[in-house]
Design a protein around this ligand. Structure first.
Ligand code: SF4
Ligand code: SF4
Length: 83
């Protein structure tokens, strides 16, 4: 089973610094999400083999193709990325 980043308000581009949603004008948190979710561009860019938990490990799904800038469907976050 693939482990992925969740689409929550915490990594949504519509979350402002005071935890207000700029779409709905309400306070939100990491437990919430909605259909207007938009992944922060920086986090989306960071999803590649070098930030994958499986990079250069035996459980990599595509060991012959894994490389910086590449990614596959079972990418899993290597560590907590700051939002
Ligand atoms: S648009 Fe949706 S997912 Fe994004 S911050 Fe607002 S409520 Fe959360
Ligand atoms: S190929 Fe897939 S499993 Fe392997 S390191 Fe890249 S994203 Fe992770």
């Amino acid at each position: 089973m693939a482990i992925r980043l969740g689409n929550t308000c915490l990594n949504c581009d519509n979350l402002s610094s005071d935890n207000m949603c700029s779409v709905h004008s309400v306070k939100v948190g990491h437990l919430y999400t909605c259909d207007s979710f938009e992944m922060k561009a920086r986090l989306a860019d960071e999803r590649n083999c070098t930030t994958c938990l499986r990079y250069e490990r035996q459980d990599c799904a595509n060991p012959t193709k894994a490389a910086p800038g590449m990614m596959c469907a079972v990418w899993a976050p290597k560590g907590l990325m700051s939002a």
